[in-house]
Design a protein around this ligand. Structure first.
Ligand code: C2O
Length: 567
């Protein structure tokens, strides 16, 4: 499927090091014929891109400032570029009040390239539940001032919330084209860097409103038992941090349930299980593709995948939103979640988990050009429209902030197995594909290889891959159990057999069917279950939502060699 896409070419810098220019971006647009979609390749991770950098470097002369001429390899270099002229109506679900999510007064000829802030002592982001009275007062005052700005000021709270709507409900058409696909920042590798940039500008605007450049956005420390509640500062009805559209059954002191199953209603969370869940989604994950999500699929997003970081965070959205609202506003829908101040502290913790994964668990960032050169637009504290690149987001210290170094009790919260040996999976129970997932379902999946040597396992990770189709305007969760013997509805993240959860938060309703991969690393898991000598894997899927159709189109095991597994 060769489709014509417009590609911005001033982003062709191959440098891994951020540039510090401050010239106006003059975008030169050239038309390249591009088969951008490496759809449905049998590599479930990004290996098709592994050699791209070398190919481009080999061409030479593709420096940042050179003018672009057509070359056949350009088809492989296609970062996501947010074009300021392309912002249009958001694609909202039924029942949502129609809102224009694009920023006001976009002057697309006045886009400034991002410049790193001057080197100062870092702004230290602290756990929201541990703020001093002074710090809490400052934050409340900053948000009060932000809310007081006129709605058409790009720094206003309304406009800040709309940023999320625009990027998550299909407002920006991709790469300056006039037709879809649109820029999307969920279910793909843009999730982490987009939200980092979002918080960066939000934090600096707040700091400038209270004239305190040291202001740092607190984080909702839901990965520590003491922080597993909606922090008190957000629950105070008289403060600017309060939002009425939250689940009334989930106000403090109710513990967040990071494995919340809407089907079961409102049970309080369990701090131990929450820690197991964070362990599984963060500490246990090795490859950037499984952690951050797969590359942005410009062929229309049909084969994207979110990573475990995003999947973990999704539950925080659904759990917080008001279930009496048809779209679970505010936190439970992406178009409205930015209207709850808690959103930014939720994401501050997500951003923090990214830093912890790298600093403490040896995680590594992508180095693919399509990732590094993808760009977004934000208004800064002076109301200037700024173009930022993913590559400039990777080091928080260059952005002038860091996280308070608080304990991470989930670091060793590895779940335990319920038995000492597995029952071999029957050989004649393959999944009946396509599988409409409306009940607990068990089947077996054949492994192409077993009992691999330690060296082989280090070289190639074994992956269990689901190809899932769902209505993305609906909340969805299903859990994956491997070799589970007991009652499937009794399994929880404290069990090692609980391999992971697929979670969707309601977002743009069309095209209705989202096709995504859900990828689980299973080499260590099978070792822990003492199941590495098995020819087949026993899989049980446990749907945890109401009547939302979810289809499993394929399930298979593959082995992935990635040059960027963690050290
Ligand atoms: Cu853009 Cu928490 O989502």
């Amino acid at each position: 499927m060769a489709s014509s896409l417009l590609s911005s070419t001033t982003n062709a810098s191959l440098s891994l090091f951020p540039t510090q220019t401050n010239s106006k971006s003059k975008r030169r647009i050239s038309r390249v014929s591009c088969n951008a979609a490496d759809n449905n390749n049998k590599d479930d991770l990004n290996i098709s891109k592994g050699h791209r950098r070398d190919v481009l470097i080999g061409l030479g002369g593709l420096g940042a400032a050179t003018s672009f001429t057509y070359n056949p390899f350009a088809a492989f270099a296609n970062p996501v570029v947010t074009n300021p002229k392309s912002c249009g109506r958001p694609n909202l679900p039924a029942g949502a009040k129609p809102i224009p999510c694009c920023p006001p007064k976009i002057d697309s000829d006045n886009v400034t390239d991002f410049v790193f802030p001057p080197k100062l002592p870092p702004r230290v982001r602290k756990p929201a539940h541990l703020l001093t009275a002074d710090e809490a007062a400052k934050y409340k005052e900053a948000i009060r001032l932000m809310r007081a700005l006129p709605d058409d000021d790009p720094r206003s709270f309304t406009q800040q919330a709309n940023i999320h709507c625009a990027y998550c409900h299909d407002s920006y058409v991709l790469n300056g084209s006039t037709a879809p696909p649109q820029v999307k920042v969920h279910f793909n590798w843009l999730f982490a860097p987009f939200h980092r940039w979002y918080l960066y500008f939000y934090e600096r605007i707040l700091g400038s409103l209270i004239k305190d450049p040291t202001f740092a956005l607190p984080f909702w420390n839901w990965d520590h038992p003491d922080g597993m509640y909606i922090p008190d500062i957000f629950a105070d009805r008289r403060s600017s941090l309060y939002d009425a559209k939250r689940n009334a059954n989930h106000l403090p002191p109710v513990l967040i349930d990071l494995n919340w199953n809407r089907r079961l209603g409102d049970t309080s969370g369990d701090s131990g299980i929450n820690l197991n869940k964070v362990y599984t989604n963060i500490a246990a994950v090795k490859a950037p593709d499984t952690f951050f999500g797969k590359n942005f699929d410009q062929g229309g997003g049909q084969f994207n995948a979110s990573g475990t970081l995003e999947l973990l965070h999704n539950t925080g959205h659904s759990w917080t939103g008001d279930p009496t609202d048809p779209n679970n506003e505010d936190m439970g829908s992406f178009y409205s979640s930015g209207r709850d101040p808690l959103f930014y502290s939720h994401h501050s913790n997500v951003d923090r988990l990214w830093t912890i994964w790298k600093d403490k668990f040896g995680g590594v960032d992508f180095i693919e050009d399509d990732y590094l050169n993808s760009s977004f637009l934000f208004y800064d504290h002076d109301g200037k429209l700024i173009k930022v690149n993913v590559k400039d987001s990777l080091d928080p210290s260059l952005l002038g902030y860091k996280y308070d170094d608080v304990p991470i009790p989930w670091a060793d919260a590895k779940p335990t197995t319920t038995t000492t040996s597995v029952v071999p999976a029957s050989t004649d129970n393959p999944p009946k594909l396509p599988l409409l997932l409306n009940n607990v379902t068990s089947f077996t999946v054949k492994r192409p290889s077993k009992s691999r040597s330690k060296v082989e396992k280090k070289k190639k990770e074994e992956l269990l891959v689901f190809e899932v189709a769902l209505d993305k305007s609906k909340d969805v969760k299903f859990d994956v159990l491997l070799f589970w013997k007991g009652d499937p509805t009794k399994a929880s993240p404290k069990n090692r057999e609980f391999a992971g959860s697929f979670v969707n938060v309601s977002h743009a309703p069309s095209p209705r069917d989202l096709k995504v991969k859900f990828i689980i690393e299973i080499s260590d898991l099978l070792d822990d279950l003492k199941a590495d000598d098995q020819d087949n894997i026993q899989v049980t899927l446990v749907p945890q939502y109401g009547n939302v159709p979810v289809t499993i189109n394929d399930v298979h095991v593959s082995y992935h060699e990635h040059r960027r597994f963690r050290k």
